[in-house]
Write a protein that binds this ligand. Structure first.
Ligand code: TA6
Length: 285
């Protein structure tokens, strides 16, 4: 485990373990890359991503907290919350068998207490780097009043070609189609396939999802998460994002394990909530 300057000079933790390797920026406790030992990279990172304080990294696993999307009360607040654009502390690094376990912490600060969500809180994030990648986010309400939070591991996965990629596991689950103004949409009996901009919020689902791009399968299992978001910006939306290379959109898909919208979490004073996700890569059938 090495702590060094990464791209843009941001502090980065580089893990080279027996079972896998990863890079995590303290900025947002942002997992920027992961590969099982001897395997290909699993996460997608835009060649156009910025690596600057205050700006979200475009790729890897952004942590969205304590709100998802734009902030309902404050249009000037950062999209997807302040956690991904705030520096976390590295509070632990340990070898556990062939795995390496990193622990990060974020607590309230003058900046967060001045935000659209001004509550005292504590967040702990553990990243277990091995033949699988396991993420665990525990948030604790340190306020004297109950609070409501949204949270997401907004994971970008590297795929061969979005035109030949499916996401299975959400068959029959209704969703909000955000491309069509968050229209409630009945579930489909088919795996999700992609022919245009796709931005779907599936609520009330704890299902494992499986990304299949014809070359490999990536299983995304989760606990403590009742929502799953599936997103590909397609050509026009990608072109409109300065940190998204013009042809990169075909090589990524986001499958996000989260608690958003109807599944937002209410925490009583002192209460905690833990959400986990685990990624497992296998060859396609
Ligand atoms: O997760 C899908 C989404 O909410 C899309 O609507 C799009 O906004 C995407 O997140 C990326 O958001 P960002 O703020 O990272 O550009």
């Amino acid at each position: 485990v090495h702590l060094a300057p990464g791209v843009g000079g941001l502090p980065i933790v580089r893990v080279t373990g027996r079972a896998g390797s990863a890079e995590v920026y303290l900025h947002g406790a942002h997992v920027a890359s992961w590969a099982p030992a001897g395997g290909a990279p699993v996460l997608w990172m835009s060649a156009g991503s910025r690596f600057t304080p205050g700006t979200a990294i475009r790729g890897g696993i952004p942590i969205c907290f304590p709100w998802f999307g734009p902030n309902a009360a404050d249009a000037t607040a950062p999209a997807h919350g302040f956690a991904r654009v705030t520096e976390w502390q590295l509070s632990g690094a340990a070898e556990v068998g062939d795995d390496v376990v990193l622990t990060f912490h974020l607590t309230d600060s003058p900046a967060t207490r001045a935000s659209a969500w001004p509550h005292p809180f504590e967040a702990r994030y553990t990243v277990t780097v091995g033949a699988t990648l396991r993420l665990e986010l525990t948030v604790t309400n340190r306020d004297t009043v109950a609070v409501t939070v949204e949270e997401a591991l907004h994971s970008y996965f590297a795929i061969d070609d979005i035109h030949r990629t499916t996401v299975a596991g959400l068959e029959g689950v209704p969703f909000l189609d955000k491309v069509a103004g968050a229209t409630p949409t009945p579930g489909s009996p088919e795996p999700v396939s992609f022919t245009a901009e796709t931005d779907r919020v599936y609520s009330g689902t704890t299902a494992t999802t499986t990304i299949d791009d014809g070359a490999r399968r990536i299983a995304v299992t989760k606990t403590g998460s009742d929502s799953t978001v599936v997103w590909n910006p397609w050509i026009d939306k990608a072109a409109a994002m300065a940190d998204f290379g013009s042809q990169e959109w075909t090589g990524m898909v986001c499958v996000e394990t989260c608690n958003v919208g109807a599944d937002a979490i209410t925490l009583d004073p002192g209460a905690s909530h833990t959400m986990t996700a685990e990624f497992t890569v296998t060859p396609a059938a």
